[in-house]
Design a protein around this ligand. Structure first.
Ligand code: SQO
Length: 372
């Protein structure tokens, strides 16, 4: 088996789970947040810095690496781990989501999707077989099936047709997968915001015995409460002995709410993307550092944080770096934001261990300024 999920404990206060995923590149403690390294780098971070903040697994994008530098080149380099000098677990998505959201989508058919590259406009075709070929070349420990993430909103019939095609595509992914013993293929549950369609997709995807499953089709612009509602009638029907991955999530409140609803794995570009724009996630809410009010503020970004950025620099200095267009600006706030989310997950794991996750949520929300 490419990976083994070990369920350690279920929180008495909620559906939250504490677990471990054993992979060929090491163990992942769940619930976990996966920093996104789209083009074989978590932007502005070195692998050593990622290890310093205790990142346990990172995500890379198949669509981007196929277009540039090409999956065959990465394979020649010895695979993604060697190419990017990251010896811990890696997860790659299948590229489907990026094609729908980035590429100039030309047409979608039973065979796959034809699109133009967002880099040079060149024409390409991605199918379940092609996606798996690319992911096999990249060599990630966990690879995602080629699916369609239905847009939001979308009408019932479209969502039904789309989820049924995603199921047919999953079968083709399984048949095309060359290394099931060392790369764990996860299926992705679709079904939009329709309870009956979610259950149909769940039954179809779970009919394939896979090492893990993702909840797709969420974090696509729907209200957060709607996302929580879909999770409430989806995760309880997922296998307890397999990891559950909520794709594209997210912000601190969504991470806590997702864990409470039984999710084990999360990824989002949020902390790194807003970090590069100078927005810091702190224990007392967001700090938009370019704001003039920080010009002579010699406090750390987050007075309650013990990360390198917060121990070494002031808000005034970091604001100066952004105003001066210095590269270090992005690095310091990215470093802090990732540390903030990874530390949040560590505190969540501790709260599950002590059966006090709902208390933790209340305390965090009060400090962070969320409303329950
Ligand atoms: O069904 C899916 N299948 C395969 N990959 C996905 C990736 C996904 N990513 C999001 N949301 C990401 C939303 N981001 C939030 C931050 O800003 C960029 C977009 N939702 C997603 C759904 C899927």
């Amino acid at each position: 088996m490419a990976i083994k999920y070990e369920l350690i404990k279920v929180c008495k206060q909620s559906g939250a789970r504490l677990g471990k995923i054993h992979t060929p590149h090491g163990v992942i403690e769940t619930p976990i947040f996966m920093p996104v390294g789209t083009q074989a780098t978590v932007k502005a971070m070195t692998p050593e810095e990622l290890k310093k903040i205790e990142a346990q697994i990172i995500l890379s994008n198949t669509y981007h690496l196929y277009l540039r530098p090409g999956h065959k080149l990465v394979e020649k380099a010895g695979g993604l781990h060697k190419f990017m000098n990251w010896d811990k677990p890696i997860l790659t998505d299948s590229g489907g989501f990026q094609v729908f959201s980035l590429g100039d989508l030309r047409k979608i058919s039973e065979e796959g999707v034809e699109f133009r590259s967002h880099i040079d406009g060149s024409k390409h075709f991605l199918s379940p077989e092609k996606a798996i070929e690319i992911e096999n070349s990249l060599g990630a420990d966990i690879i995602m099936a080629f699916d369609e993430c239905a847009p939001y909103p979308a009408d019932r019939q479209y969502v039904k047709n789309s989820l049924e095609r995603t199921t047919r595509w999953l079968k083709r992914c399984i048949d095309a997968h060359k290394y099931p013993e060392r790369q764990a293929l996860f299926g992705i549950i679709q079904g939009g915001m329709y309870k009956d369609l979610r259950h149909q997709s769940l039954n179809e995807i779970l009919s394939f015995d896979l090492p893990g499953y993702a909840v797709g089709g969420l974090s696509v612009g729907e209200p957060k409460d709607l996302m929580y509602e879909v999770l409430e009638y989806t995760t309880p029907l997922m296998p307890k002995d397999k990891p559950r991955y909520l794709m594209g999530v997210g912000s601190p409140d969504c991470l806590i709410e997702g864990v409470i609803r039984g999710i084990d794995m999360f990824d989002c570009v949020h902390p790194t993307r807003i970090g590069r724009n100078g927005t810091a996630m702190t224990s007392i809410g967001r700090v938009v550092i370019k704001n003039a009010k920080y010009a002579e503020d010699f406090m750390p970004l987050d007075p309650n944080c013990d990360c390198y950025t917060c121990k070494s620099y002031s808000r005034a200095y970091i604001r100066h770096l952004f105003k001066a267009g210095e590269i270090l600006a992005s690095r310091l706030v990215t470093y802090h934001n990732l540390h903030f989310l990874l530390n949040l997950m560590k505190e969540i794991r501790q709260a599950i261990m002590e059966d006090r996750l709902l208390d933790y949520r209340r305390e965090f929300f009060q400090k962070y300024g969320y409303t329950l």
